[in-house]
Write a protein that binds this ligand. Structure first.
Ligand code: ZN
Length: 214
């Protein structure tokens, strides 16, 4: 369940091999896709985790607050969706801290999880993560929903790749463009949930995989 890299440290890439699976949405909040996804999650009583870009949270604090208010977990996904391997320790610290603070201010709750943009981590990240008591999350599989292949294709790709304990990577925003279009992912979600339940899976909150879960 835990991947470990000597330089980059541990990251959680899947849950225990049970029927429990985990939905995650990256790169939001986004004015159109985030509310649409929240509505589906509420209607279906499905928990999810949102790894947010700090600059988008600054722009749309009420959306971040809404995500939290509905009981979903919010994680830190850097301030500018930065590829961390280009950065030294000071800039990494700033990216993480600014995002931590803007999420806490908007939602009243400090994030406890981090996911690196594009999965690129950095040797400098490790000490910072430990200092912030974050759990680092990767993912079991993504479906390239950001390329907007069509809602039906997104739905089918998820269905094909589902497996016990999977952490599914989807996107409710664009890491750089606050107006990026992620409506295909939002439109695919009801079908993704239906297929998974039909196959016997149950949606669980990613927070149960936090290393310091209490
Ligand atoms: Zn991202």
């Amino acid at each position: 369940m835990m991947g470990f890299d000597l330089i980059f440290g541990p990251s959680v890439e899947r849950g225990p091999r049970t029927q429990r699976i985990y939905l995650t949405f990256d790169d939001g909040p986004n004015e159109r896709a985030t509310p649409a996804i929240l509505a589906t999650l509420a209607a279906e009583r499905v928990p999810a985790a949102f790894f947010m870009v700090g600059d988008h949270v600054r722009r749309f604090p009420d959306l971040a607050k809404e995500v939290r208010w509905r009981g979903h977990m919010i994680g830190n996904h850097t301030y500018n969706h930065t590829k961390l391997h280009f950065f030294g320790p000071q800039r990494i610290r700033t990216q993480l801290k600014k995002t931590h603070d803007v999420i806490e201010t908007a939602t009243g709750v400090a994030p406890r999880a981090f996911r690196a943009p594009h999965g690129y981590r950095s040797p400098f990240l490790n000490s910072r993560i430990l200092e912030m008591s974050y759990t680092v999350f990767g993912w079991t599989f993504g479906v390239f929903d950001t390329a907007r292949p069509g809602a039906e294709v997104i739905r089918r790709r998820v269905h094909k790749r589902l497996k016990p304990g999977a952490i599914v990577l989807l996107h409710d925003g664009d890491g750089y463009d606050p107006k990026g279009d992620r409506m295909q992912t939002a439109e695919a979600l009801p079908g993704i949930i239906e297929d998974a339940r039909h196959a016997g899976y149950e949606f669980a909150p990613l927070s149960e995989l936090l290393s310091n879960h209490s």
